[in-house]
Design a protein around this ligand. Structure first.
Ligand SMILES: *Cc1c(COP(=O)(O)O)cnc(C)c1O
Length: 476
């Protein structure tokens, strides 16, 4: 399997190569040259596999330049009982007759980013070792991504992490989670500023190509193809587990829909890829919060990204995104996988701030099964309360956005699977507002808040950041 750019300007590259790169040289995103295709019986043959075994099968279709024994080691190390609380890794929990939760938050940081990051940590370490190279990851986080990256990369050979966070802007739990790590290769930096200041510092560093090259800087952001490929696995897992109790004939006709709480369009893109590969998915429903640029797009065909100033800070903060970086990969498929058309569309988007694909969506939209909806703060509060009252289960605000939108799209006879993207313990405020009490921390994390914290406080100053990185970067 080779990878090409959505904008048509990259020589076909291997999985290992695109794993270590950010944007393609032409500014586009790496996508599989052709999608692997699976038949019903091929998928059915995977029913008896454990989660890590299934991950090996699915990922071997993408990581064709990894030896199988290495991939087996990576998947078993990533999806282990040390990292994940549930023995199933991804448990399915029915809420009622219509809706089932797919538990993607059993990992070390209680959010779905762990599903991809744990595998990425393993695969990056391997790919770097093969190349004799090292990687210093510099990132900015306001929560989930930074901690998932740190937990996935702690102690890895040839990798260091420099994670910027806005000082005093994260929750006690998020701070404790990141700052309590003691690994030598993890560097937490609290910047005197807001999240945008952290991002601007990052931009300044990545624009300095000499510094970037000399210090082997890189990122593990949401466009990383390794992450997208690892997320495909749980769509197959959920389809298999949701049909375990059916007869053979029923299994052959089994179709499900998924609702995906979305921000950067990474999670749902993996669902789109699973569907393209032949997994019987009826609809893929995108759930947005008040930052509903993507809901607008799927309803009208007009994509109009918003700037940081027009992005609301909501109570489902990991979805506060108004420019979805992975959407380009979906639009590439919508435009018939034609790099020239995609490049032209993005030229128009950059020039006018708007992309009108209503014609294409009208003609081909149904083929892709995409639907969408929006959920607000009031919806989240009401949904957390209603689910708790009906089933005794406490859900987090992002999953609540999913359940709210899922109810509007559920159809009789088609199980609706909602991806649970985080645990409620991470978001006590809205949980208290909805049900009067916070979800207690799970036993294995009870002492977390009392651990000593390790963080370097820094002025909003690129020079200071440079010296800090230069002094601590891993070298080849
Ligand atoms: C990252 C995140 C999302 C959004 O996922 P995308 O892949 O960016 O669409 C939703 N919920 C939670 C809890 C997240 O951390």
């Amino acid at each position: 399997m080779k990878y090409v750019s959505t904008r048509g300007g990259m020589q076909p590259a291997s999985y290992s190569e695109v794993l270590l790169e950010g944007l393609a040289p032409d500014g586009g995103l790496a996508v599989p040259e052709t999608m692997p295709a699976l038949s019903g019986p091929q998928i059915e043959a995977w029913r008896g596999l454990s989660y890590p075994e299934l991950a090996v099968e699915v990922l071997s279709l993408f990581a064709t330049d990894f030896p199988r024994s290495e991939l087996e080691h990576m998947c078993h190390a990533a999806y282990s009982s040390e990292n994940f609380v549930s023995a199933d890794i991804v448990p399915l929990t029915p809420l009622d007759d219509a809706i089932t939760l797919v538990g993607l938050s059993e990992g070390p940081t209680l959010a779905f980013k762990d599903m991809a990051m744990q595998y990425l940590g393993q695969s990056l370490e391997y790919a770097l070792r093969q190349r004799g190279d090292v990687l210093n990851i510099v990132g900015a986080t306001s929560g989930d991504t930074g901690s998932a990256a740190e937990y996935a990369l702690r102690g890895k050979t040839g990798i260091a992490v420099f994670m910027l966070s806005p000082q005093g802007r994260m929750s006690d739990f998020q701070r404790a989670q990141m700052y309590s790590l003691t690994d030598d290769n993890i560097h937490n930096i609290a910047v005197d500023g807001v999240f945008d200041d952290c991002q601007n510092l990052l931009k300044e560093l990545s624009a300095d190509l000499d510094f970037k090259r000399a210090n082997h800087l890189g990122t593990v952001n949401s466009i990383n193809l390794g992450r997208i490929s690892a997320q495909i696995v749980y769509y197959f897992w959920a389809w298999l587990r949701s049909s375990d109790d059916l007869s053979e004939t029923e299994r052959a006709a089994h179709r499900v829909s998924f609702t995906v709480p979305s921000g950067n369009f990474g999670n749902i893109l993996s669902g789109h890829y699973a569907r393209t590969m032949g997994l019987p998915i009826d609809r893929l429903v995108l759930a947005a919060n008040e930052n509903n640029v993507l809901d607008d797009f799927f309803r009208t065909g007009i994509y109009r990204p918003r700037g940081a100033a027009d992005t609301y800070a909501t109570s489902s903060p990991s979805m506060d995104i108004s420019k979805a970086s992975n959407l380009e990969r979906f639009i590439f498929d919508l435009l018939g996988r034609d790099g020239d058309r995609l490049a032209e569309a993005w030229r128009v988007l950059d020039e006018t701030g708007e992309l009108n694909l209503s014609g294409e969506l009208l003609r081909f939209g149904a083929e892709f099964g995409l639907a969408s909806g929006t959920s607000t703060h009031a919806d989240r509060v009401a949904t957390i309360a209603a689910v708790h009252e009906q089933s005794g289960i406490t859900i987090d605000p992002h999953t609540a956005d999913g359940v709210k939108v899922a109810r509007e799209h559920a159809e009789p006879g088609v199980p609706m699977l909602v991806l649970e993207t985080a645990k409620p313990e991470k978001f006590p405020e809205i949980v208290i507002e909805a049900i009067g009490a916070a979800a207690p921390l799970p036993e294995h994390l009870a002492g977390l808040l009392d651990l000593p914290q390790h963080v370097t406080e820094m002025a909003n100053d690129a020079g200071e950041l440079r010296s800090f990185i230069e002094a601590r970067a891993v070298t080849a």
